[in-house]
Ligand binder design. Structure first.
Ligand code: NDP
Length: 294
């Protein structure tokens, strides 16, 4: 059976990976990219190049956007407004939940269905068994298309609110990006002691790997403790972890490193301690974060 035609707007690394995956699965794919030459590779692989966003949108009922942010969507579709009615736009670009909701309203005003999403793997892993993609938006549109889009990665539908997929995406990326910065901070500390990055990461990456196991190892997962709003400090406390946070600031200061990350961590423990929670488990720092910026 003939596979659904798909239009792909935005042929960066992610758009290229998705286009190739869809082509391999047998979908006819029409592509448009602001910098036309960036689509040369996928066109050589069998995609059809559109001369304008309007021509690209008109080619398929299903339109996927893979752009830097949502402003880029308005920039690209601004010249294609007449073609939008009846199409389903699936925006897999990163942005805030609020901008996703505004975009859903905007798309509806032009007669288009709008599904938002976030791809949770780097481009080379698109289409592999490890890939998954969060989606949210109107259930009928999502159901109609997500089975087909499963070739990109396992679809995880979160609900009707168009902001949900980006909320999950930004939460996942908050974890990912702070972890990457933590990893580079640690690498810079060891580098100051003369250790090559390859040696440093040989020690650090297994520790990063084991984090999930450590957090799951107790009788209660952190999630159960957090949901019960109980923070028993039997094995580790805000006071002990806060002292360590101070030592990281002091060590980083003496090495002349950027202090932004260590100071942020220290402030989480300091605020919990100042609120009288020094004897609680480290999970108490969620209250410091929920309280907003001081
Ligand atoms: P790039 O930044 O490489 O590509 C972004 C695309 O947006 C390009 O096609 C670019 O066009 C286009 N673009 C940006 N601004 C405008 C504009 N104002 N008008 C028209 N076109 C514009 O990003 P990626 O392909 O890497 O990522 C795309 C999305 O996927 C992002 O939201 C990213 O967060 C997400 N993502 C990326 C991952 C990755 O590993 N790369 C992993 C998971 C998600 P041009 O080529 O002309 O500059």
């Amino acid at each position: 059976s003939r596979k659904t035609a798909v239009t792909m707007l935005g042929i960066g690394p992610m758009g290229q990976a998705m286009t190739r995956t869809l082509l391999t699965a047998g979908h006819p794919v029409t592509v448009w990219n602001r910098t036309a030459s960036r689509a040369d590779g996928v066109v050589a692989d069998g995609a059809t190049r559109a001369a304008s966003p309007g021509e690209a949108v008109a080619a398929s009922d299903l339109v996927i956007l893979s752009l830097t942010d949502y402003q880029a969507m308005y920039d690209v579709l601004g010249s294609a407004l007449d073609s939008l009615s009846g199409r389903t736009l699936i925006n897999l670009s990163s942005d805030t939940p609020d901008r996703s909701r505004q975009a859903a309203t905007w798309a509806a005003s032009h007669g288009a269905h709008f599904v938002t999403g976030g791809v949770m793997v780097p481009a080379p892993m698109v289409g592999t068994a490890a890939a998954y993609v969060y989606y949210s938006g109107p259930a009928p549109e999502a159901r109609r298309h997500l089975d087909e889009l499963a070739v990109l990665g396992e679809p995880r539908y979160l609900g009707e609110d168009p902001g949900l997929a980006q909320m999950m995406y930004q939460a996942q990326l908050a974890l990912f990006l702070t972890t990457l910065s933590g990893l580079m901070h640690a690498t810079a500390m060891l580098g100051a002691a003369g250790m090559k990055a390859t040696e440093a990461l040989r020690e650090l990456l297994p520790a990063a790997d084991s984090l999930g196991d450590i957090l799951r190892s107790g009788e209660d997962t952190p999630g159960a403790a957090l949901d019960a709003e109980e923070h028993p400090g039997d094995l580790s406390t805000v006071t002990m972890m806060g002292a360590t946070a101070n030592h990281i600031v002091d060590t980083s200061t003496s090495l002349g490193l950027d202090l932004a990350l260590p100071l942020a961590v220290r402030s989480h423990y300091r605020r919990a301690y100042e609120h009288g929670h020094g004897g609680d488990n480290w999970t108490r720092i969620i209250d410091s974060i929920r309280a907003g910026t001081e």
